[in-house]
Every structure is written in C-alpha cells, then in structure tokens.
Design a protein around this ligand. Structure first.
Ligand SMILES: [Zn+2]
Length: 392
C-alpha cells in the first residue's frame, strides 16, 4: 500500500470497535470479544497516563496547521506562499520525499524567538496530557540558519519554553540539535549554513545562548552508501565537549546504517533502528551493545516504510531483547501522538500491561535526564502502576 492510501487521521490506525449487542445474544465467543475489548480499553487508558519520556520528537514536526498559519500571519507570509492552505485540514503529502518537501517548506514561518517558544510550549502542553514527564526534542538548525535565523533565536526560544514547561507543568526537557549529510559534494552543509562544528563551538562560547538544556546532537544521512562519513568529525567534536550523540538509522537507511551508527559514530542511542530486524548480525550487535532504539511505529507506516502496523517489526525487536522506546517522531505530519502510537500498538500488536510498563521505564532509563530526575519519574511509574487496579 502506498502512503497516500494509508490516509492521514490518527484514528485510521485504530481497530473497529465492536457494536453493542443485547446481553441475551451473548455467546461465549461474544463474551470473550467484549472482555477483550474492555481489556484493550483499560490498557489504552493505562498507557495514556503512565509517566514516561518521549525521546524522538522533532519540534518542527509538531508544527500543526493551525500554528503554521498563525505564525505565517504574524510574520507577513501570505497563504499563497504556503504549500498547505487550510489551517483546518490535516497535512497531505506523498511518501517520504513529499513529507520532507512539505516539512522543509513549512519551516519558513518560524522566524523569531516567540515562534520557537510557542511551538515548543504547544508540544509540551500536548505532552503533559499524555503522561509525558520528560521530553528530548530535536531541532534541525540548518532548516532555519540557512534562512538567516540566528542559532541563538532557535535555541533560546525552545529552551525558554522548556523552562516554562518544567515550572508550570512539571515536564522536564532537553534539546538535541540535529544535522544531516546528503551524500552530495556539500556534505552536511548547504549555501548559507554554518559548518556544524563551528556552529557548536559558537554556541558553547556565546554567553547569550542558553546551554543548560542542550543535551546532544543528532543526525541523518541521505546517502545509504557512505552513511555518516561526513558527520563523523561533528560527532567526535560533540563528544569532546560533553554532548551526547544519537542518529537516525535503520529507517530510510538499511540495516547496515545501524551498524555504522554504532561502530562509526559510537552513538548513545539510535533513532528508529527498526531495519536492524532485516539483518541478524546487526540485530545481535544492537542487543550486545545494549544500544537503545527510539522507535516510531506509526511514523514508519505513514511514511511508507511498512505497509501496515501488523508488518512492523516492533514485536520481533522486543522479543529479540532490544532496548526500545515508543515515540511520535513528527506528530503534526504523521497525524499521531505518542498516545496514538501506544493505542495502535495495543490494538494491533497486542502490547501487554507489562510491556507497556517496560517501554515507559526504558524511556526514562535511556533518556539524558539527570539521575535524580530519572529516579523521580521511575518512582512515579511505580506509584501509578500500583494504583492502577483494573484487572488486566
Ligand atoms: Zn525522526
């Protein structure tokens, strides 16, 4: 099935709710069906509220159409300049390249610090409603600096919103700057962009840029033949100044890109990594090195990497002993939040209560939060779990 046939609303991932029937008609099979339905609903409720962390979400991917148009209006960008014309409708795009094209184009509305602040704050409000207690948010500076937006505007807008979220909502946040290499002659840099190492150095040295929430760097490679060759020096520099490292691999790129991520870039986590399931030697490497994978199942389906959730390797990776977390990736574009990912995986991949709790604990354990913050959230998880007394 092509991505366009998959639709875009979050509830397209849901199974149909069984119609109600008079109790006199209940056969044993019906009773089992209704018991399963009750069980599924309770598990969804359990997953929605359990304290957890989200570790793979792009702030640009939380730019819902209503925000896109609000920011465009106040920055004097006419609707005619936008690919998406109607703030009331969901984004439409064809496959991965269509997504990247729309996503990059929409970034033109992010101009000033209040834009980055409000975008981030909007995400944290949604996060709080889903039981998220800590979030590590990607930002792709190259999408903005190439348009002349200073890096200080981006980082300060996002990090000030994270300060507000922690004070007002009790949700802590970290920022990960995400760089790319396209395999072309310019590597990780296009016209108007600063070299990532120079940029990171300038951030470290600028007293006017907030740095307390800058946790690390991330990356992509659009070159499956030589993944991360150009990014390697950036990662080595980031590590030398105490930043954590993650990278997208095993999604657009093949299973071997996960091996490169672990062996060449020596990352702390791999984002996605699901195509590890296609190569047993890579799968064993992920398990042996205990490299966490930040998995985004509904994103993988919506962007066309898997035909359906039933074909997604989440359960195989779990059973193989991989350290997994669930995440939304780009919720405004995918049409699915973290809660939607849990709900669909419960309905279609039959996650159990124990597996949901493990995913929540994993998300905290492999986060870049402080040890004290991790321990506080783990205690919240245990308290929540013991108070959730539905018989599952
Ligand atoms: Zn991503």
């Amino acid at each position: 099935m092509t991505p366009s046939l998959l639709g875009s609303a979050a509830n397209r991932f849901s199974v149909k709710i069984l119609p109600s029937s008079p109790s006199s008609c209940f056969s044993p099979a019906h009773r089992r069906s209704f018991a399963q339905l009750r069980n599924t609903k309770a598990l969804i409720q359990y997953a929605n509220r359990i304290p957890k962390a989200e570790l793979h979400v792009h702030v640009e991917g939380t730019l819902y159409p209503s925000l896109l148009h609000r920011f465009a209006n106040r920055n004097g960008i006419p609707t005619s300049a936008l690919q998406h014309k109607d703030p009331q409708t969901e984004y439409e795009f064809e496959g991965y390249s269509g997504f990247i094209d729309l996503y990059s184009s929409n970034c033109q509305v992010l101009v000033n610090e209040p834009d980055f602040y409000e975008l981030t704050r909007d995400y944290f409000v949604r996060a709080r409603q889903q039981g998220i207690r800590h979030a590590e948010v990607f930002c792709d500076p190259q999408l903005h600096t190439r348009r002349g937006v200073p890096i200080s505007t981006i980082i300060n807008g996002i990090c000030n919103a994270m300060d507000t979220a922690e004070t007002e909502m009790g949700v802590s946040g970290k920022l990960i700057l995400c760089y790319f290499e396209d395999g072309g002659p310019h590597g990780h840099r296009r016209k108007g962009e600063m070299d990532p190492i120079e940029e990171l150095r300038s951030v470290q040295e600028d007293p006017n840029i907030k740095k307390d929430r800058l946790a690390g760097i991330g990356g992509y490679s659009y070159d499956p033949n030589a993944p991360y060759k150009q990014l390697k020096p950036v990662y080595e520099y980031a590590r030398s100044v105490g930043l954590k490292t993650v990278v997208h691999a095993g999604e657009y790129g093949p299973a071997s890109s996960v091996r490169e991520a672990i062996k060449t870039l020596r990352v702390d986590r791999v984002d996605h990594g699901v195509r590890s399931a296609e190569d047993l030697t890579v799968l064993r490497l992920v398990e042996r090195t205990k490299t966490p994978l930040t998995v985004c199942p509904l994103s993988n389906v919506r962007l066309g990497f898997y035909e359906s959730l039933q074909k997604h390797p989440l359960r195989m990776l779990m059973q193989g002993g991989c350290l997994l977390t669930l995440n939304s990736d780009d919720p405004a574009y995918i049409g699915a939040s973290l809660s939607d990912n849990f709900r669909s995986c419960i309905e279609q991949l039959h996650l159990s209560r124990g597996e949901i709790k493990t995913l929540a604990i994993n998300s905290v354990d492999v986060s870049f939060a402080s040890d004290a913050r991790k321990e506080a959230i783990r205690q919240e998880i245990e308290k929540y779990d013991s108070s959730f007394n539905m018989n599952l």
